[in-house]
Structure formats: C-alpha cells, structure tokens
Design a protein around this ligand. Sequence first.
Ligand SMILES: Cc1cc2nc3c(=O)[nH]c(=O)nc-3n(C[C@H](O)[C@H](O)[C@H](O)COP(=O)(O)OP(=O)(O)OC[C@H]3O[C@@H](n4cnc5c(N)ncnc54)[C@H](O)[C@@H]3O)c2cc1C
Length: 326
Amino acid sequence: MPILLGVLERLRSIPGVTIRLEEPLAPHTRFGIGGCAAALCEAADPSAFDELFHFVRGQQVPHVVIAGGTNLIVSDDGFDGAVLRFTGNRITINGTRIHAEAGASLQSVVDASVGSGLKGMQTMTRIPGSLGAAVYGNAGAYGHSIQERVEQVVFTDGGEERIVDNAGCEFHYRESLFKRRKEWIVLSAELSFEPGDTIQLQREAEEIRAIRDAKYPPTMRCAGSIFKNCLFNELPAAVQVQIPQKLVREGKVPSAYFLEQVGAKGMRRGDIQVAGYHANLIYNDGAGTAEDLITVIEDLKKRVFDRFGFALEEEVQYVGFEPVTV
Ligand SMILES: Cc1cc2nc3c(=O)[nH]c(=O)nc-3n(C[C@H](O)[C@H](O)[C@H](O)COP(=O)(O)OP(=O)(O)OC[C@H]3O[C@@H](n4cnc5c(N)ncnc54)[C@H](O)[C@@H]3O)c2cc1C
C-alpha cells in the first residue's frame, strides 16, 4: 500500500474529512464493478477538500477524484491509493442565476432550475451524476450541454481556490479544461438561465424523462454511452462519404452507426452485455468484471478500426488502469 501509516494519521486529522480504508468501489459506481480503494476520503466543505487535496498531492500519494461513479470503469484490482470525493452539494438561486457546489447531483440542479422557471437545463433531465463531473465532461443531451449555462467555475489546484470563466473552461464536445488538467478539481459553478414558464419546462423535462427511462432503465448498471459520438469533420474522407446525411446531427455521427455495422448489438462476454437495441450501450448483466468490460471495449474499437480506419474514443473514464496522478 502506498499510503503510509503516518500519512493516514495526518489525513484523519484534517477537520471535515472522513476516511474509509479498503473501501470496495463497486457500490460507488453505476456499473457495480471494481475492487477496493486503499482509502476513500470525502469532504463536504470546500476548504477541507482543498486541504485534503493539497496534502495528498504534497505527499505524492497516488490519487484520483470520483463523484457519482456513473461514468467510471474501475479496475477489478481497485485503486491502490486515495480516492477523493468532494460531496458539498449546496444550491443557491439568485434571480436567473444558480450557484451550485460540485457534489450536487445534476438532477437536483435541473429540478431547481425548472421549479424556479429558469430555462436552459430541462433537456439534461436524467443525466446521472454530479454537477462537478458534468462540468468536467461538458455533459449534455438533446442538443444542449452544460457549457451553455456556465458563467464561471471555482476550482482547486490543491493550493488555492481559483476562478475561471466560460471561455477559460475551453469547452468542446464532452471536453473541458478539467479533463486535460486532472489536478484541477471543480468545487462549484455559477450558472445562468433565461426566464421560462415552469409548467412548460416541467412538461419538456417529463417527456425527456420518459424517453430516457425507457432507453436507460434506472436500475441498469451501465455508463450511458461508452464511446463519444464522432465529429463528422474529423472522420477520414473515405468514411465521410459512406455516412447517410440524415445521421449527421449538429456535426456529429452516432458511434452506434459504426458499432452496429461491426456486429456490436447483443454481443456478450461473461456478464457484460452490449444492448440488443443500442450498439453504444454496454451494461453489467450480473457479476460482470472490469476485465470482461475492457475486453469488449477493445474488441469493438478494433473492429471499427479494421473496418473504417479510425479509432472510437471512450466517453467513459478509467480508474486504476492508467499511470496514476501523484
Ligand atoms: C444511464 C446513463 C445515461 C447517461 N447519459 C448521459 C448523457 O445523456 N449525456 C452525458 O453527457 N453523459 C451521460 N452519462 C454519463 C454521466 O452521467 C456523466 O458523465 C456524468 O457527468 C458523470 O457524473 P459523475 O458524478 O457520476 O462522475 P464520475 O463518474 O464519478 O466521474 C467522471 C469523471 O469526472 C471526474 N470528476 C468528478 N468530479 C469532479 C470534480 N469535482 N472536478 C473535476 N473532475 C471531476 C472524475 O475524475 C472522472 O474522471 C450517462 C450515464 C448513465 C449511467
């Protein structure tokens, strides 16, 4: 274990930080897969989290940040270091602005906006997970993403709290500055909205909820889409000419289009299953393992590469596989 006893003692002494040793991570992920973390450290107070993060970085303890675990594949071997989670979840509404802490669920921010007649996030109904991770991955659905709402983000670099505005977040499709700078952790965001009609917004949100619950039953152990959709302009010219124009929406081609053609639908390995109705949806149908999940993902990537000559890119994030952050 890279977490030494002295380090643990010091971690325990930070006010506002709770620590669980040898914590199984599977229950903290929607896939329900993954081994233990040497330590799961949580803080709901931004300055406690800041101190925790500062200490862990300073001591070069291997660490990773998680939130709701809805977009994670955790190794069967778990994570031999500190898994950090900021759980502050306060939401404050001020006119057409909402200030929310990163640990707030995205759904609670959507509900707060819709309930206050604020328009702009109703299409994000039922995107699981936290606000912080939504900023990190520029989450979105139905043609809208969080980047349209973000005014500014407060983050910690493990030394001090800093603020970045929307342009500084460098948002792109499922990308942000925070995805590239993993040592910058979102603490809160200021979001702006347009005035709207609560009843109308509720109706829109309900319609989307029904569609999404049919596609992703709430008990399904998955991560939503495994792969990002593909930006049409970035595809090889020889592939572009094969794509029916009606499939290109907002400059993107669904990855499912390519996956279907390589026979992804219904594929199974152990208890890992590719949905029969959606080639970009993989779920744990029982006692699935990360090893089987990764094997299926690699197989699918290879099939698409061999057939179309380009690599699909995962939307899902990995914990316990890659060289760790220290
Ligand atoms: C059924 C289902 C449907 C989904 N549909 C959609 C969809 O329509 N659109 C969409 O965009 N996504 C979708 N997703 C993916 C998922 O909901 C998002 O990626 C979500 O933002 C993940 O939130 P989380 O809190 O669970 O993050 P986690 O899965 O815990 O973490 C994801 C990543 O965020 C990082 N992270 C977490 N918190 C912070 C923070 N405070 N600061 C910096 N980095 C942080 C982590 O290090 C990790 O790399 C879906 C997932 C599921 C299971």
